[in-house]
Each structure stands twice: as structure tokens, then as C-alpha cells.
Design a protein around this ligand. Structure first.
Ligand code: GLP
Length: 260
């Protein structure tokens, strides 16, 4: 794992945006795995800025989102469909047919999940998967106890996750109980994983995921198995890491060819 600590979330997001831009400029049909939540918002703002100001071209980019609530229509204000179109897709020149988000209204959930997996394969696999982190260590909606080799499927949200999201639904009673999420096995097949986490409330989960044992109880710890996982943090999210000095040292002494 490469652990990168930046002074704040803005600078960390700028670095993430540069990684995405590099992929788009270098690869003819780049495949991005995308996340929702507060964490990637600034990254998406920078990508929109790069599109507007430098003409960064998204016309060949293919995207797959991590997850979606079950039972929400795409135009529901709290749906991840709505989040993605509002915060990114409507503001760049992506082709709607290149956008993939699990269908929360699918009549046959297992078939919909299987199709999602096949679509990822047909696109050649995910080049760069953006990930946020739940305060309980989840990635996507892979809650603690998720199999580390799980595939796209239905998951039941924890009470904690539903509480965290109550604000977007006007009360906890309106938060769905279920979601479709890429599995941990699906995520680990991405060629690069970029986990972003900001703020003090993520510090404990980051310490467990990065320096704790690999365990289904902390789904993000599965990234320790990934050959190219980048963990991008602000100072607060990094504050409970024991080997922080070493991670800083590594970043400062990267060989020229490895620099982002
Ligand atoms: C949700 C999403 C995750 C996201 C996480 C963190 O559970 N399914 O993909 O990473 O929340 O959200 P935030 O970035 O708002 O802290």
C-alpha cells in the first residue's frame, strides 16, 4: 500500500484528480470505478474544472459506480444516480451509455448483479477504483462481515450506516435497509484502488484498515492484499496511524519516475 498524507482534503483531492487525469490522458478507453458520499465531492469538482478549463475529454471514459440503494428510483434526491449526475456527469462530456450504476429498482436483483459483473468484464475491468470509507471500515456498502471475496450483490445496511445517512432522507425511518454493492472481490480486481478518507471521524477506521489485521470485520483491510492500493488521507484521518513518519518519508523520497 502507498499511504499518502496531505495537509488537507483539498490538496488530497487535487492529487486524486491528477491521478484520474493521467489515466484519461494515457489510456484510450479508461474505465473508472466511482464512489459517492462527501469524500469524493472535491475530486469531482476538480475533474469538472479540468474539463472546463483544459478540455479534459471524458467522451471515451467508461464508469462503474460502487453501489446504489434498493428501492430508490434514479431521480430520488438521495439516490446515488442523482448524486453522480448532479455532481459529475451532467457537467462533463461523458456518454450516458458509458455510465453504469447498479439499478436499485431491478425486479431481479441477483440477475442485475450478475449482469453488472459481466459489464465490468466486458469493459476490460476497472483501471482505477475510487473508494471512500465508512466509519465502520466499509468500502462500497460492504459492511463488516462481508466476505473478502464477495461479488456484486445485495447487502443489508448496518444500523450505524443508516443513521449516518438519515440526514439525506429526512429521517432514519426513510433510509432503505438494502443496497446493491460491488463485492470486495470485485473491488480488488481493479488495477489500482484509490481509497480516500478525510477528517477525524475516519481516523480509527483508517488505522484498523491500514495497520490492523486483514479481517472481514474491517472490510477496507482487504486492500492490504491489493498490489496497487493508494490510501490518500488528510492529516486528521491519518492521526491514529503508528507508522506515519515512515509513510511521509516514502512520499518525500519517491523516485522521480514514480511521482504523481
Ligand atoms: C457510503 C458509501 C460509500 C462511501 C461511504 C463514506 O456508505 N456507500 O461508498 O465511501 O459512505 O461516505 P462519506 O464519504 O460521505 O464519508
Amino acid at each position: 500500500m502507498e499511504i499518502i498524507v496531505q495537509p488537507d482534503s483539498q490538496q488530497a483531492s487535487w492529487l486524486a484528480a491528477r491521478l484520474v487525469r493521467k489515466l484519461i490522458l494515457e489510456k484510450p478507453r479508461p474505465v473508472l470505478g466511482l464512489a459517492t458520499g462527501n469524500t469524493p465531492l472535491q475530486l469531482y469538482k476538480y475533474l469538472v474544472k479540468m474539463h472546463r478549463e483544459e478540455g479534459l475529454d471524458f467522451s471515451q471514459v467508461i464508469t462503474f459506480n460502487l453501489d446504489e440503494y434498493i428501492g430508490l428510483s434514479p431521480d430520488h434526491p438521495a439516490s446515488f444516480h442523482n448524486f453522480m449526475w448532479t455532481n459529475l456527469f451532467n457537467q462533463i462530456n461523458i456518454r450516458p451509455e458509458n455510465v453504469h450504476i447498479p439499478d436499485g429498482l431491478a425486479p431481479d436483483i441477483p440477475a442485475c448483479c450478475e449482469k453488472y459483473e459481466q459489464q465490468i468484464k466486458a469493459a476490460g475491468g476497472i483501471d482505477l477504483q475510487i473508494l471512500g470509507l465508512g466509519t465502520n471500515g466499509h468500502i462500497g456498502f460492504n459492511e463488516p462481515s462481508s466476505s473478502l471475496s464477495s461479488r456484486t450483490r445485495l447487502k443489508t445496511l448496518t444500523d450505524q450506516t443508516r443513521k449516518n445517512y438519515a440526514v439525506f432522507f429526512g429521517g432514519e425511518e426513510n433510509v432503505p435497509f438494502h443496497a446493491i454493492t460491488m463485492g470486495i472481490g470485485t473491488i480488488l480486481e481493479a488495477r489500482t484502488c484509490l481509497l480516500m478518507a478525510f477528517g477525524k471521524k475516519k481516523a480509527r477506521a483508517i488505522a484498523l484498515a491500514v495497520e490492523g489485521p486483514i479481517t472481514a470485520s474491517v472490510p477496507a483491510s482487504a486492500l492490504q492484499l491489493h498490489p496497487r492500493a493508494i490510501i490518500l488521507l488528510d492529516r486528521e484521518a491519518a492521526s491514529e496511524l503508528k507508522n506515519l513518519d515512515y509513510y511521509r518519508w516514502v512520499f518525500e523520497h519517491k523516485p522521480e519516475w514514480q511521482k504523481i
